[in-house]
Design a protein. Sequence first.
Length: 271
Amino acid sequence: MKRRGLLLILLSLALAMGAAWAARSWVQARLNASANADPAEQIVVAAMEIPFGSKVEPRHLKTITLPRSARIGNHYQKTDDVVGLIALQKIVTDEILLRERFADRSAGSTLAAIVKPDMRAVTVRVDDVVGVAGFLMPGNHVDVVAAHMENTRADTHTVLRDLNVLAVDQTASQDKDQPVVVRAVTLEVTPKQAEVLVKAREEGKIQLTLRNPLDQSHTADESELVAAAPAPPSKQPTVHHAQPAKVRPADPGTGVTIIRGTNVHNSESAT
């Protein structure tokens, strides 16, 4: 009886071990199949916070493994591809590093690195009025309104639209959101827009108007901008027209009085 019970115990253990091995094999097969169907890849993330305008160092970076199906498409896979770049925005810890958030600074300042290709940075002096009471921040978009005197009347018109604010004073970070009175604003413009801006500034005064970030209204192209700045009025020669002669009949028997301008001539009437 004892021997039979021992055999049953051994048989149960053997069946349990077989079932565990079969389950393990099945799970491993499913994992292998899933790995083959969706392989993983390395993605570079921030190991610590990277301030705006900072040069990326190896200590700022680390890699994680994610399924390829979860890839973003514009991320970095190697840390060597990110080291030495300039952060265009503040990067938080564990954030996946995207290519549009970094710029290559081969030479020059950080501001030069954030200017888009084929664009220019132009700085204009402002006060608390022109600077929209200090509410202008890097990343805002503005229009430029020019004003100049014509005779005794002020003529105003919008010469530039939807310009990106690169920096206020010497601050290009977009982290601050408190109003600060500034003395200069740096705008991102095309070469042609830079000429229009400088011309408007020299001919009169300019005023910056803050745009709503959701405003998708039409932005004038460069041909419209050039046409928007009217040429100084040309002086037309003054033409004086001769006044027609006025004839005033005189009393009978005394002749006719002819008035031409300021000249008065009396003529005797024929008898």
